[in-house]
Design a protein around this ligand. Structure first.
Ligand SMILES: [Zn+2]
Length: 179
């Protein structure tokens, strides 16, 4: 996504990932992080991908959303020119649409519950790697750390539970008569 973003904004990926404090670059960088967040990347992943700390990313994204809400001209222009990348990225990640319709409650139980499972997706946090390998130069020494999102499998699945409940008023003829 950074390649497309760089192309549109005219600011190279290298500069976006750098520490340049030039006003336009900072605005573009923060819009880029905001787009990543809207695609569904967790703050921590955005921080890792961009070599920043977690707090910096959170503050920058919140600030950018504020600037967008007050229609700040620089931020707004970058965002409007690049926001279509969100849809593009979403379609690459894959999404499913679940259609639901009421069904018969054969069991006659009070809770009419239906379960669905999604397709299996590559874990968006570790990109399917299952976790991270730290070498002897990393703080804490060499080790493997399983991804907290997929517990080291590299794959995730959505589970949706639907509870059908009665609504409205009981029809007159079915109401219990008062003695
Ligand atoms: Zn994972």
């Amino acid at each position: 996504m950074i390649t497309e973003f760089a192309k549109i904004t005219g600011i190279s990926a290298h500069v976006l990932l750098s520490n340049s404090r030039q006003k336009d670059v900072v605005a573009a960088r923060h819009v880029y992080w905001t787009l990543l967040h809207e695609v569904g990347f967790p703050y921590l992943t955005i921080a890792r991908l961009n070599n920043r700390n977690h707090a910096t990313v959170i503050i920058a994204i919140h600030h950018t959303k504020e600037l967008l809400s007050v229609k700040d001209s620089i931020v707004n222009e970058i965002y409007n020119n690049t926001k279509h990348l969100i849809e593009l990225k979403m379609s690459q990640i894959g999404k499913e649409i679940l259609e639901i319709e009421p069904r018969l409650n054969y069991s006659n139980q009070k809770a009419n519950i239906e379960c669905y499972t999604s397709k299996i997706y590559r874990c968006p946090q570790c990109y399917g790697a299952g976790g991270k390998h730290y070498d002897q130069h990393d703080k804490g020494g060499e080790r493997y750390e399983a991804c907290s999102n997929c517990n080291g499998t590299g794959e995730v699945q959505g589970r949706i539970t639907i509870e059908w409940v009665s609504v409205g008023e009981i029809k007159e003829k079915f109401k219990a008569k008062e003695e």
